[in-house]
Design a protein around this ligand. Sequence first.
Ligand code: SF4
Length: 452
Amino acid sequence: MQLNYYIETYGCQMNVADTELMGGVLKHDGHRRVPEPDQADVLIVNTCAIREHAEQRVIGRIGQLNRYKQSRPEVRLGVAGCVAKELGRELLDRATYVDFVVGPDSYRQLPEILARVEGGERVVYDRFNRSEHYENLKPYRLEKFAAWITIMRGCDKFCSYCIVPFTRGREKCRTLESVVEEVETSVADGAQEVTLLGQNVNSYHDGGADFPDLLTAVAAVPSLARVRFTTSHPWDFTEKLVDTIAGHDNIMNHVHLPVQSGSNRVLKAMKREYTRESYSRQIDMLRDRIPHCALSTDIIVGFPGETEADFEATLDLMTHTRYNSAYIFMYSPRPHTPAIDLTDEVVPRAVAQERLECLNELQRSIGAAYLLEKVGTTQPVLVQRAARRGRGLLSGWTEHRETVVFPGSEEMIGEIVLVAIGGFSGFTLHAEPVGEPCPVGRYRGELNIIAG
Ligand code: SF4
């Protein structure tokens, strides 16, 4: 029986890639993706557990989706992702209208799950599976021109605040061959850009091959214009990786390197395994070899025990490192993690909020200075979609992954075009197109002529 399914995705890009995996499994089984929940026979919420109160938010959202079941009792409702793994069977007890719970290692079993649900069962598939790499499975991509390709799953780092090792399990890597094959297929299907995904891509390994070796193999795929990767842990960030980025025109000069704190005391309590000094040396090495490399980071404020001096150290690190962009969060206590037991050292919420605002303010001014440098330059932009605001405007990404808005027609979506940057507002660059779309893989040559 063909069913219409709708998947709602929360959280990081790994979850977006997992939604595409589920879509691939369901498409292969003969089912059809629909854009709205009221058109669906099967509703799936792909959840994220990284922030505080994630569980309550999921319960709230599935409660809202339950109204589709109430008006059409044949509708099935499932919960996938990290909260599914975290709560497992408890979800069936807390939300009696949920039909199935499916953890991140069980998406291949969706046809079996749906068959059992059609047979009247309520089921939970939430076991870790060390051998599930989702190889030989074609994702149903949400965008043809930008492919998110998971190269590894899980994490072995066990940072003291992070729930990921408990919801996604221990680190496991795909084979280099299977990743390259998926990249080749994506390019044949129209991808201009691929982003290699993992909780810590730098620790990727397949036999004797490490992440720079994989990156080199991916960059060699013919007609692939842009390669990106995320996320990196500073512990595994090597000179070999930097040399690999520097040595390939189609590996984008943008590194996301989460620092989390500028205080060695806090970094130790977070179990991050590096110091402020060793991190700064890595940044110096990166900027020495790739002077115009964009740099972004993640920062947590209000980690238990964070003093004013610790916070000042983070402020100082941000001031000196000058990130192009930073994702700054307030610490979220999460179940299973060692940091949740640091109850005596909780930073008052108002203090954490003030620190968050202070860092955001600093980052806004640094980010604006970088955007200002772009004004008057010509940039190649991968056109992503019609802009959310403004008729006849398109939105796309620069090499440094800044958002650019410019006038154009929707036929340009998926192309790499050259645009002249005229200004910016907030975090968005404003531009005018320059000439025709660039043929795949040739835009760098054209840009060099303009820049030279
Ligand atoms: S490296 Fe640390 S923060 Fe990142 S996923 Fe692993 S445990 Fe979580």
